[in-house]
Design a protein around this ligand. Structure first.
Ligand SMILES: [Zn+2]
Length: 291
């Protein structure tokens, strides 16, 4: 099977990031594959859960759970020397990759890392960083980090996971910057109370996994396409963007179901290719348009 090629890759991708305008009414979002997204707002840069290496393919090469990459890498982490904040939603390697975060930290020593507080010791061990360096959040906790205000939202992958101190090791993040509110759910299924939690945030862009549950493959499950579209509709997200597919053959799903349910429900969506930019604009009326 040949690799899916990103719409923009390497230097072409970096040029597109440089070309994006710093207009306050515009928010720029690029998909980096899996749950990785780059957000640019007013010249500030936030990376959600980047996975920009082949560490999982190498790790599982000789096992019964091979991680066959489906999409070529968008960009090398060592070329992203302009990142202000990066997140990890939980400890799985496609969301906390030492081979991505190590080079990123090396080229941007001042970059801040936002993680679930419950994962602090694990993160420090995996990254070989000072345990005091990351900014830890729990469900419902907020922190202003650079231009972005983060609030932790518990994620259920596939269950709500807490440590002995009842702190959540799986989070999503609601991020506010200027007039914008973005929800990156991390890896999650819907759970009782999630919609009620999210609705008051008036989410502009909801970034949600669509690969579903595969118990026979022994991997923790996520929303499937129809559930992701329904969740976006239920919380009145102005735009929904699917993710967590087309990275590994064993946990991918085509976005068709997500698009079909969204169309039925009247939920606006934007399905990106890896390396593609979505610019969302917010006129005074509050309606969000994407291009
Ligand atoms: Zn994942």
């Amino acid at each position: 099977m040949s690799l899916i090629q990103p719409l923009l890759q390497d230097e072409a991708f970096l040029q597109d990031v440089r070309d994006a305008t710093a207009d306050e009414s515009a928010l720029h979002i690029w998909w980096l594959g899996q749950s990785g997204f780059l957000l640019q707002w007013q010249g500030r840069h936030l990376l959600f859960d980047p996975y920009l290496s082949d560490s999982l393919t190498a790790k599982y090469a000789a096992t019964d759970k091979p991680h066959m990459r489906m999409t070529a890498r968008v960009v090398a982490p060592e070329s992203l020397d302009f990142i202000d904040v990066v997140t990890s939603s939980h400890n799985h390697t496609d969301h906390l990759d030492a081979e991505t975060l190590g080079p990123l930290l090396a080229v941007s020593p001042g970059m801040r890392l936002v993680i679930p507080e419950a994962n602090r010791a694990f993160v420090a061990d995996r990254l070989g960083c000072d345990a005091e360096m990351p900014i830890g959040l729990d469900d419902g906790e907020s922190a202003q980090v650079d231009a972005f205000k983060f609030t932790g939202i518990a994620a259920a992958h596939e269950a709500l996971g807490t440590d002995v101190q009842s702190r959540h090791g799986f989070l999503g993040y609601v991020v506010r910057c200027g007039a914008w509110t973005v929800y990156h759910s991390g890896d999650t299924v819907n759970y009782s109370g999630l919609e009620e939690r999210l609705r008051p945030y008036n989410i502009d862009v909801a970034i949600l996994p669509i690969n579903g549950r595969r118990p026979e493959r022994r991997v923790a499950g996520n929303l499937r396409g129809s559930e992701a579209a329904s969740l976006a509709r239920a919380v009145n997200a102005k735009l929904a963007v699917p993710c967590h597919y087309e990275m590994f053959t064993f946990n991918s799903a085509p976005p068709d179901e997500f698009m079909a349910t969204a169309a039925e429900l009247g939920q606006p969506v934007r399905v990106l290719r890896a390396g593609e930019r979505c610019t969302v604009e917010k006129p005074v009326s509050g309606e969000v348009t994407s291009r």
